[in-house]
Design a protein around this ligand. Structure first.
Ligand code: ARG
Length: 459
């Protein structure tokens, strides 16, 4: 295929290099945004009278036709066009003739590609936000139904203190809320128009950058044309925010994988989201959370790839930037599909074994802090109380018993301030209930947070 620049060259491109250079196989994803960007540009050229209004209309209706053909499945962009920008321009010229050759006046593919990608990403960020809200709602439903369900809380993967299951779930709502805030912040920078920066220096053609920015719904325009065509910070920022979403998804995935083991038995997988083994008939595998955990690595990889891609690249546009698209596309695809899978898993894929959970908090030493805090309540310095309880733990472990199996006279030998009411105090339900500090797992606090989330999620 002859290239737009072929007049400048004596021979044609090596066929392998032609393919190597091309991005159409992946940037065709930007077709609708490329057309949208071109329509805004043509409108602007008509508005500033760089082209006549008839020419602008002809270009715009040609572009609309291409869009409709694409939406009706009658046109699919692809080789031999080098990229989506040339592809649409070539098709437009074929469709409307000479006037089509005026579309590229006062712009470059450098500001065009930056505009297309930002338009695409802005839309995808909005979609991700909605998906995260759905996930938060699914988690919230579990929380709301389980304020008084207890679950062992861990630090270092060792039993620490019992928790309200709702409190545990609300921790994830907080994480995903931060993810939403981060994405929103990234969106505001994505929502900046580079269009009109042209190749790198701006243009002598009478363009109106605010006009195109407004047409495309951008909040602001880049102030420096060199920066406008060179900036890929937003790609790194977006993938970084997504990497954190994935880290949160992988965290809950790992918990679910543990919870559904025979060893934990805190929950079981329903048939909706579990798979069987090809060999072992008894098995029910947590493929969904395992896949999410595994896919997290892809997004982390994309982040590393993008950071490396922009490193040491001199101003301004360099072809290296063509490598921004696949990581961005795959990050969106991976993150959004993982959020959706997790939402389904949370809504219909797992059931908590409430009895096992109740049982598990009854049979450990996770009320040890409360034994110490009981003495603190009777004016014993915490460090002394802590050591007393340490000794009691050792005593119990030797006899293979729990605090609740001790007699009051045994306890009194460790400290005379222990009274009969200690047993009431260290009952798991009271242990959880008593954590009334702000943000703690005490039921009163959890109920407050449930109400706050209910409002925030507009439920
Ligand atoms: N396909 C190119 C990209 O994705 C479009 C911009 C090309 N610009 C250029 N000066 N070669 O980055």
């Amino acid at each position: 295929m002859s290239k737009v620049w072929s007049k400048r060259f004596d021979s044609s491109l090596n066929l392998f290099i032609e393919k190597f250079n091309a991005s159409i196989c992946f940037d065709k994803k930007l077709i609708l945004e490329d057309i949208e960007c071109s329509i805004a540009h043509a409108k602007m050229l008509g508005h500033t009278q760089v082209i006549s209004s008839q020419e602008a209309l002809k270009i715009i209706s040609g572009l609309e036709n291409i869009k409709n053909e694409f939406l009706e499945g009658k046109f699919s962009p692809g080789a031999p066009s080098e990229d989506i920008h040339y592809c649409i321009e070539e098709k437009l010229i074929k469709l409307i003739g000479e006037t089509g050759k005026k579309l590229h006046t006062g712009r470059s593919r450098n500001d065009q590609v930056g505009t297309d990608l930002r338009l695409w990403l802005r839309k995808e960020i909005d979609n991700l936000d909605l998906l995260i809200i759905d996930l938060q709602k699914a988690l919230f439903n579990i929380a709301k139904a389980n304020v008084y369900t207890l679950i062992p809380g861990y630090t270092h993967m060792q039993r620490a203190q019992p928790l309200s299951l709702a409190h545990h779930m609300l921790a994830y709502l907080e994480m995903f809320q931060r993810d939403r805030e981060r994405l929103k912040e990234v969106r505001s920078r994505v929502n900046t128009s580079p269009l009109g920066a042209a190749a790198l220096a701006g243009t002598k053609i009478k363009i109106d950058r605010n006009f195109t920015a407004e047409e495309l719904g951008f909040e602001k325009i880049y102030k420096n044309s060199i920066d406008a065509v060179s900036d890929r910070d937003f790609c790194v920022e977006f993938v970084s925010a997504s990497a954190l979403v994935m880290s949160h998804l992988s965290k809950i995935s790992e918990e679910i994988i543990l919870w559904v083991t025979d060893e934990f038995s805190f929950a079981k997988l329903t048939d909706k989201c579990a798979t069987g083994s090809s060999l072992m008939p008894q098995k029910k595998n947590p493929d969904v959370p395992e896949l999410i955990r595994g896919k997290t690595g892809r997004v982390y990889g994309h982040l590393q790839a993008l950071l490396t891609m922009i490193k040491g690249v001199p101003l301004s546009y360099n072809k290296d930037f063509q490598e921004d698209k696949e990581p961005i596309f795959d990050t969106v695809e991976t993150t959004s599909s993982c959020i959706q899978a997790m939402t389904i898993l949370i809504s219909e894929g797992i059931e908590f074994n409430v009895d096992n959970l109740a049982d598990s908090v009854e049979n450990d030493f996770s009320n040890a802090t409360d034994l110490a805090d009981y003495l603190v309540g009777k004016n014993v310095p915490f460090r002394t109380a802590y050591q007393v309880v340490g000794e009691i733990v050792k005593y119990c472990l030797k006899r293979k018993i729990l605090f609740k199996n001790l007699r009051i006279d045994e306890l009194k030998k460790f400290h005379n301030k222990f009274e009969e009411d200690i047993f009431e105090n260290i009952h798991p339900i009271n242990v959880v209930k008593s954590r009334i500090s702000k943000g703690g797992t005490g039921f009163v606090q959890v109920e407050i947070e449930i109400k706050n989330w209910q409002k925030k999620l507009l439920l």
